[in-house]
Ligand binder design. Structure first.
Ligand code: SF4
Ligand code: SF4
Length: 365
């Protein structure tokens, strides 16, 4: 456990599945060779198989006794899906009217392969919502426990979980040990890589790129022990933000405000079934546990209060008026940490992730 812990809250009622966060991360970090298929941030459709395919069934994490569970390493082609290209060149030179865009291979899976499919039968009771995912920077990381090289570490000052590329030998036990499958193997440098929570930005007082760019303004970032942070209020005071699959035992630090409302179902004649709701509560229980009931009740009570009285601190927080309130990242704190570690204030606190001693030259762009 670290001295302090950063956390992110994502309000699923507001995610529009635009993937701006994914692109923000892709352009900021996951752009070097070998990272083509990696999505440190991805947004999947739920219900759905997700990314990598069926990640919830691939093991890892801990059982109730605290023992690390076996897990599998997803297959590059079948479970992640390799990036493909199209036949632009042959289209340019062809005179045939019947030519069409064709992938250069026959893909069977990829990120968002099942986007917007969801479950149920259209138009009677179909439903889905978007589930954005990053590394949870867990308090008890399965990836860290699984690594025989002690190459994964959790920073004491903020709980960010990083891979030390000096030590990583590419054994990939971490990938099996992470129940969220949020570590990726870089075949170009033979090392594991993962979300770094944009720590070089955070140390300058800036939020992670995915949160800064989020169009739906669904993401809140701050320290859990900062009583003035909205993250603390959503998680600890109102208890409307709950972790994903806490039954995996890793104590994740990304929290979700669950989807609260869903449209009513239609009967066979196309009439609204009064009082019905499309999103089965069992699905939310599977993702967020029994706490989801209390969270939804609080959210509905506060929505009602807001309608009746005009006042609700919780609704004001979730409307997300000001980035300055949504992101509370204490730049001064990191300067103090740097001073205590006798480093130059504002220099990146960890350079080990950038390139390990054994990283082959040419692995970078
Ligand atoms: S989500 Fe996975 S990769 Fe991230 S800290 Fe937890 S166990 Fe490790
Ligand atoms: S940018 Fe925000 S709204 Fe868009 S997909 Fe990502 S989390 Fe959802």
């Amino acid at each position: 456990m670290s001295k302090r812990q950063l956390a992110m809250v994502m309000d699923l009622n507001k995610c529009i599945g635009c993937q701006t966060c994914t692109v923000a991360c892709k352009t900021q970090w996951t752009n070097r060779n070998g990272r083509e298929y990696m999505y440190w941030n991805n947004v999947e459709t739920y219900p759905g198989a997700g990314y990598p395919k069926n990640w919830m069934e691939l093991g890892g994490g801990f059982d109730a006794a605290g023992d690390l569970q076996p897990g599998v390493i997803p297959n590059l082609e079948a479970d992640y899906g390799v990036p493909w290209d199209y036949n632009y060149e042959s289209l340019k030179t062809s005179n045939s009217d019947h030519n069409s865009f064709q992938p250069h291979m026959s893909p069977t899976w990829g990120p968002n392969w099942d986007e917007d499919e969801g479950a149920g039968a259209f138009p009677l009771d179909n439903y889905f919502f978007y589930l954005p995912r990053i590394c949870n920077h867990c308090t008890n990381p399965g990836c860290l426990s699984a690594c025989p090289r002690d190459a994964i570490f959790k920073r004491d000052e903020d709980g960010v979980v990083l891979v030390d590329l000096d030590r990583c030998q590419g054994y990939r036990y971490c990938i099996a040990g992470c129940p969220y499958k949020k570590i990726y193997f870089n075949p170009k440098i033979s090392k594991s890589e993962k979300c770094i929570l944009c720590f070089p930005r955070i140390e300058q007082g800036l939020p992670p790129a995915c949160a800064q760019q989020c169009v739906g303004r669904i993401r809140f970032v701050g320290f859990l022990d900062d009583l003035d942070s909205q993250v603390h209020k959503l998680v600890n005071v109102y208890k409307v933000a709950i972790p994903l699959r806490s039954d995996y035992g890793t104590q994740p630090n990304v929290y979700y405000v669950p989807p609260t409302e869903s449209p009513a179902k239609f009967d066979a004649q196309g009439r609204i079934i009064e009082g019905s709701t499309r999103l089965p509560i069992e699905e939310l229980e599977k993702l967020f546990g029994k706490e989801v009931h209390g969270a939804i009740k609080t959210l509905k009570d506060e929505m009602k209060k807001r309608k009746e009285t005009g006042a609700s601190e919780l609704m004001d927080i979730l409307i997300a008026y000001q980035h300055a309130d949504m992101f509370r990242l204490d730049n001064h704190y990191y300067q103090e940490v740097a001073k205590a570690q006798k480093r130059t204030p504002l220099a990146p606190a960890d350079t080990r992730y950038i390139a390990g001693k054994f990283t082959k030259a040419g692995g970078h762009h």
